[in-house]
Design a protein around this ligand. Structure first.
Ligand code: PGA
Length: 228
């Protein structure tokens, strides 16, 4: 039985510009060599997370689309479908003030994503999106980099549970590192959870440790302090 580490991608594994540094790659290498199962858990589409998992030092276990798609390498499981054309159409008709469609939606099944327009405060876009989508029995989440719309019950915690079920795994320990609302359900599942310093207060309140540094510097701090 091994310990599993689930790592959020945007603004946790990356810097603010969403780049991955050679220091981060070095830390991932060390984790893998110490026997941790290193898994990426992202709100992003599966092909993106798969590409990262394939070419970075990870164990190639993948939670994508906010837990809506999980898998190991190219063995993926899609946990439900939404009528994404309808969701995109509704957003175009009712939320074009605040949101624009994301190219990633071409590659998505369960979780539809939008970019908040630059001149709009995220809180306003979130409020408007909830007003439109919640009556359609859809949940709205904001990761700090994008807004996500999916059926209730789709989240990274549920995705991780499903991944273990598919692989018949029961890990010794689960560690979760992330920075935003989309990570909270995976924190609940974890034996140890942590976030970088730029996370919103309600995210900080849901973890065991808050790093003193933001973005990937915070990730490196967490790993060096607790895991290596
Ligand atoms: O696509 C996004 O919204 C960001 O995804 P992540 O922070 O879960 O990696």
């Amino acid at each position: 039985m091994s310990s599993w580490i689930f790592i959020d991608v945007d603004w946790t594994l990356t810097d603010h510009e969403r780049k991955i540094s050679s220091r981060v790659v070095g830390v991932l290498e060390k984790l893998v060599s110490r026997g941790y199962v290193v898994a990426l858990a992202s709100a992003t589409a599966y092909p993106i997370v798969y590409g990262l998992a394939r070419y970075l030092p990870t164990s190639e276990m993948i939670v994508a689309e906010n837990g809506g798609v999980v898998g190991y390498r190219t063995e993926l499981e899609v946990l439900g479908r939404v009528d994404k054309d309808r969701i995109i159409r509704v957003a175009e008709e009712k939320l074009s003030c605040c949101l624009r469609n994301s190219w990633q939606n071409l590659f998505r099944f369960v979780d539809v994503t939008f970019v908040v327009r630059e001149n709009i405060v995220p809180e306003v876009a979130i409020r408007e999106a909830k007003r439109v989508f919640e009556p359609m029995n859809l949940e709205v989440m904001y990761s700090g980099v994008a807004l996500h719309v999916h059926p209730p019950g789709i989240n990274k915690g549920q995705g991780i549970r499903k991944l273990f079920e598919l692989l018949s795994e029961s890990p010794k320990k689960i560690i979760a590192i992330g920075d935003s609302e989309v990570d909270i359900e995976m924190f609940k599942l974890a034996d140890f959870s942590a976030c970088p310093s730029h996370s919103p207060d309600y995210v900080k309140e849901s973890v065991d440790y808050v790093a003193s540094r933001p973005y990937s510097d915070g990730f490196i701090e967490i790993v060096e302090k607790f895991l290596l």
